[in-house]
Design a protein around this ligand. Structure first.
Ligand code: IVH
Length: 482
C-alpha cells in the first residue's frame, strides 16, 4: 500500500470509528487505538498535504448525524482539546505559550470520561440542554438533562448564563445497570462513557431518569459578563450558584505543579467511583486566551493529558518461538515497538497455539497489546480492519526451533513440548532460570548475558557459573561487559 492509499484508508476507518463513537456511543476500538491511528494520519497528512481528503477526521471536531433530536446551534462553538501523552508534550505546550512572552498560571482538572454537554439558563431557570454534536451544532436533549439530579434546574440568582460540563455515570451505577441488563438478556454497556451517551440520547426521558446520570461542570460561557477573570474563579462562581464541579481541581502556579498533579493522579484516579481518562490543563487567566489563540479545532491555552494506556495497537511483525526449560514451546509476538504505560514494548507473549488460533492472529495484523503492572505484555486481539487479504492463518511449528526434534502435544494440554533432554534451547532456558529472580537471583546475570556466556562456551552447565573467575581478564576485556 502506498502513502496515498494509506491516507485514504485511515480517513475512511477513522470516520467510521467517529460515527461509532459520536453517534452510536459504541466504539469498537479503544481511545488509545483511535489516537494512534489519528496520529499516524496527522503525520502523513503533514508530509503529503496533496493527499488530504476534504472529509479528513483531522479537520472535524466531532461528528454530526441527522436524527430524532432537534438541532441546537451553539452560540460559542464547543471545542475539543489537543492531547498530550507524556510530560515532554506538556512542557512543549508550555513552551509554545512561554515563547509568546506570557507567564500564565494553570488549573488542572480531572478529565471525566463522559459526554460533553451544555446547559442554558434564562432568568436563573434551566431552559435548554444540548450535546456537543460536531462542535457547532448539537442535539437538544433538554428533557433528558432535566433528569440529572446534580444539575440545578433553578439558580439562586436570576442570571442568563450557559454552563458546560461532562455528563457521566458512576461506576457503581453502571455495575447495577449492567446486572439488570444481563438479567433481562440485554447486552451490557461496555463502559461508563457508552452508558452515559446511550442514556442521554433516549427518546423517553423516564429511561434516562432510571440511569441516574451525574454531571461535573467546568466551563462558564462568557465569564466577562460576571467580571470573572480566571478559570479558578469561574469554578468557584459555578459552585456558589449550585453547580457540581469535580472536587479535585487544583490551582497550579507553575508548570512543575502541573506535572506533580499528573503524577499524583496517575494511580489515585482508580480509587474514584467514576472514570477519568486524563487531566485537562487550562491556562488560568482568561485575558491570555486570545493572545495564545486557537487552531482550527482546539484552543492552544488548554491541553488534555491522557493517562498512559495499558492497551495499545501495533503491528505484529513476526511470530517466533522460544523453548522453556521444561521443553515447553512459547510463541512470541515480535512487534513494531510501542510505548505502553511508560515502557517500550517490542515483544509479547502469544501463550500457545490455541490462543493464537482462537483469535485468528496472523503475521502482519494490527494487534492490541496489553501490559498491566508487572505482567509480561500479551497480545489480546486483532483489528481485522487492517487485515491484509493475502495474509495466511497461523501454522504451529512441528519441530523444535532449537534442536529440530519433533514437537509433542499431549492430549488435553495446550502446550507443545520438545522432549529432547539434550536440547540446547532447553539447557539455555534452564541456565537463564537458574540465575533469575525465581532461582538464585544473581544480580546482573540476565537473559542476554547468560545467552552470551552460553553461546561463547563459557557456561554449558550450572556449575560453570562458579568457575567464571578463570576467564576474568578475558571477560572484562569483552566490549559491553566491563
Ligand atoms: S474543557 C475548550 N474540562 O474532554 C475546552 N473538558 O477533549 C474544552 N472533558 O470535549 C473542554 N473533563 O468532553 C474540559 N475538566 C474538563 C473535562 C473536559 C472532560 C472532555 C470534554 C471535552 C473533551 C476534550
Amino acid at each position: 500500500m502506498n502513502i496515498k492509499e494509506r491516507i485514504y484508508q485511515l480517513t475512511e476507518i477513522l470516520n467510521r470509528y467517529r460515527y461509532e463513537y459520536y453517534v452510536l456511543d459504541n466504539p469498537s476500538i479503544s481511545d488509545s487505538e483511535y489516537d494512534a491511528l489519528l496520529r499516524e494520519l496527522e503525520k502523513l497528512e503533514a508530509a503529503y498535504p496533496q493527499y488530504v481528503l476534504p472529509n479528513s477526521p483531522t479537520k472535524e471536531v466531532g461528528y454530526y448525524q441527522e436524527n430524532a433530536f432537534e438541532k441546537v446551534v451553539h452560540q460559542n462553538s464547543m471545542l475539543s482539546l489537543a492531547n498530550a501523552f507524556n510530560h515532554q508534550e506538556i512542557l512543549e505546550f508550555y513552551e509554545r505559550i512561554a515563547k509568546l512572552g506570557l507567564k500564565p498560571s494553570f488549573v488542572c482538572e480531572l478529565k471525566i470520561d463522559g459526554i460533553a454537554s451544555t446547559a442554558r439558563y434564562r432568568n436563573g431557570i434551566f431552559i435548554l440542554g444540548a450535546t456537543r454534536g460536531n462542535g457547532q451544532v448539537g442535539e437538544n436533549i433538554t428533557p433528558n438533562m432535566k433528569t440529572i439530579k446534580s444539575l440545578p434546574k433553578t439558580l439562586e440568582e436570576d442570571y442568563d448564563l450557559e454552563v458546560r460540563g461532562e455528563v457521566y455515570m458512576k461506576k457503581s451505577v453502571l455495575e447495577r445497570i449492567n446486572d439488570e441488563r444481563i438479567m433481562q438478556n440485554l447486552e451490557p454497556f461496555r463502559n461508563p462513557r457508552n452508558a452515559a451517551g446511550g442514556s442521554l440520547r433516549q427518546l423517553d426521558p423516564s429511561i434516562t431518569a432510571s440511569r441516574e446520570l451525574d454531571i461535573f461542570n467546568y466551563t462558564l460561557v462568557d465569564p466577562e459578563k460576571y467580571q470573572i477573570k480566571t478559570q479558578i474563579d469561574a469554578l468557584h462562581f459555578l459552585e456558589k450558584l449550585g453547580f457540581a464541579t469535580n472536587p479535585y481541581y487544583r490551582y497550579c502556579p507553575t508548570i512543575n505543579d502541573v506535572l506533580d498533579y499528573l503524577e499524583e493522579w496517575k494511580d489515585k484516579r482508580h480509587e474514584l467511583d467514576y472514570e477519568t481518562d486524563g487531566v485537562v490543563i487550562k491556562v488560568n487567566e482568561f485575558e491570555l486566551y486570545d493572545k495564545i489563540g486557537y487552531t482550527v479545532k482546539n484552543p492552544k491555552w488548554a491541553i488534555a493529558y491522557k493517562f498512559p494506556a495499558l492497551e495499545v495497537a501495533t503491528k505484529l511483525l513476526d511470530i517466533t518461538f522460544t523453548v522453556g526449560r521444561t521443553g515447553n514451546i512459547t510463541p512470541n509476538a515480535i512487534l513494531e515497538p510501542v510505548m505502553i504505560a511508560g515502557t517500550m514494548v517490542s515483544k509479547a507473549t502469544l501463550n500457545n497455539e490455541d490462543f493464537i488460533k482462537e483469535r485468528d492472529i496472523r503475521i502482519g495484523d494490527v494487534v492490541t497489546v496489553r501490559k498491566a503492572g508487572e505482567i509480561i505484555p500479551e497480545v489480546v486481539g486483532v483489528n481485522f480492519d487492517f487485515r491484509d487479504p493475502n495474509s495466511l492463518p497461523f501454522q504451529m511449528i512441528e519441530n523444535c526451533p532449537a534442536c529440530g526434534e519433533k514437537l509433542v502435544r499431549r492430549e488435553n494440554e495446550s502446550l507443545h513440548y520438545c522432549v529432547n533432554e539434550n536440547c540446547e534451547g532447553r539447557i539455555l532456558a534452564s541456565l537463564i532460570y537458574f540465575c533469575s529472580r525465581a532461582g538464585m537471583d544473581i544480580e546482573g546475570l540476565g537473559e542476554n548475558l547468560v545467552t552470551y556466556l552460553y553461546e561463547n562456551n563459557y557456561v554449558k552447565e550450572v556449575t560453570d557459573f562458579y568457575h567464571l573467575y578463570k576467564y576474568k581478564d578475558e571477560l572484562i576485556a569483552t566490549p559491553g561487559l566491563g
